[in-house]
Design a protein around this ligand. Structure first.
Ligand code: F0G
Length: 395
């Protein structure tokens, strides 16, 4: 039965959420849940669920074990005793969730004797592939859309010694090229079209269930090439089949309004959004992700760039969690789901009191410092004395 939603006003509640110190009762749920297995690496921790054998060389940088952070303010915004948690994937070794899949994909590539890995990327995959290839001692080639990669990611790909090729085209064009080149015996494709990537990424669901004691009721995440939502759903299902959880969450994916092929049900030839990670017009895992959404009775919705940037700022200034724009999409989506006037595809009026909601924030904000530096006023200097500094602080 739909529950009334009196806690949320017509006004955007989150905009008015006070930026005052929050006095929290000292309970375990208000503590950051640091997984005891931090630093072990996802293959060592979840080996029994992954396609590895004694002859697989494990190429790991200690990925996974990321914190599941309870968000008191987001929980208050949803209201009715619901709990919102943020799975902070920016704390992986190369600062995004890609490392979970990359440890698997590169381990299996080395097992098969590949001399190089190759990928198309909007940024994070390239950094992750480059790091794990360096660790494995094999070569890495990344194909990127020219001028569309956030500076923090390009720096990483160069630092790890990848061969970076920029094409005059978008991510979808880059992936077509990689599919063609990946047919060579010496190359292994490490995009999420490689099932080993999906296998590694599903470990995030395992961690969430292990931390919460069961699966959440709802899981919100950004949707780009659609591999991650596919992986999470596989993980939740597998864990339930293994008797580790009793329920399955509704999977809710958010696309950027200018880059929303699955929402509209058609390929977007020229996807546009500030959220470069999800600037994808023809997701490779479209079908599998669609199935995940249908089977889980979830939804796909869109958020605008303004909403994404506002959510990114809100998360940094209210929760101290700085994420890249794409990663703010599920938080923007959560705000939308709470506001009846914005006709969300999945209104939270339909969720039960006390529901547990997880948002995956997929990548670190330092990926794209330009988004913030372009917004903030330039620094001005003041005289080096305490009075002038105090005046400048404005207290
Ligand atoms: N969030 C971030 C930070 C990403 O980097 C990506 C994808 C997504 C969300 C979307 O995940 O594709 O599995 O639906 N980035 C890819 C890349 C495409 O090349 O780094 P998805």
């Amino acid at each position: 039965m739909p529950v009334s939603f009196a806690a949320v006003s017509e006004e955007s509640v989150w905009k008015t959420c006070p930026l005052t110190p929050l006095v929290l009762p000292v309970t375990t749920t208000n503590e950051v849940q640091v997984a005891p297995n931090r630093g072990r690496g996802v293959i060592a921790r979840y080996r029994e669920f992954l396609p590895v054998s004694d002859s697989t060389p494990i190429i790991s940088l200690g990925e996974g074990g990321t914190p599941l952070i309870f968000s008191p303010r987001l929980s208050a915004i949803v209201g009715r005793g619901c709990e919102v948690y943020l799975k902070y994937e920016g704390l992986n070794p190369t600062c995004s969730f890609k490392d979970r899949g990359m440890t698997m994909a590169v381990s299996k590539a080395v097992e098969r004797g590949a001399a190089a890995v190759i990928c198309a990327s909007t940024g994070n995959t390239s950094a992750s592939a480059a790091a794990y290839a360096a660790r494995a001692g094999i070569r890495c080639a990344v194909v990127l859309p020219a001028g569309k990669i956030a500076s923090g990611k390009l720096v990483q790909a160069f630092a790890y010694g990848a061969k970076v090729v920029a094409i005059e085209g978008n991510f979808d064009d880059a992936l077509l090229i990689v599919r063609a080149l990946g047919g060579r015996d010496d190359f292994a494709i490490v995009n999420s079209i490689n099932p080993d990537r999906i296998a590694g990424q599903k470990t995030a669901s395992f961690e969430i269930v292990d931390d919460l004691g069961d699966a959440p009721d709802l899981h919100l995440l950004p949707l780009g090439n659609a591999g991650n939502i596919t992986a999470y759903w596989a993980g939740y299902r597998e864990y339930r089949e293994a008797g580790r959880s009793t329920r399955l969450p509704a999977m809710i994916g958010f696309q950027a309004a200018g880059s929303a092929p699955m929402f509209h049900g058609r390929i977007v030839e020229k996807p546009e959004t500030i959220a470069s990670a999800i600037r994808i017009g023809n997701p490779a895992s479209w079908e599998a992700a669609g199935l995940a959404v249908r089977e889980s009775r979830g939804a796909i919705d869109i958020v605008t760039d303004d909403e994404i940037l506002a959510a990114q700022e809100w998360l940094a200034t209210h929760e101290g969690i700085f994420v890249e724009p794409a990663s703010a999409a599920p938080v923007a989506g959560l705000f939308k789901c709470c506001e009846l006037t914005r006709t969300p595809v999945y209104s939270f009026t339909r969720i039960s009191d006390g529901s547990r909601i997880v948002c995956t924030v997929t990548g670190h904000g330092l990926k794209d410092p330009d988004v913030i530096t372009n917004r903030e006023a330039k620094l001005t200097t003041v005289a080096p004395n305490d009075q002038d500094v105090l005046r400048a602080i404005g207290f």
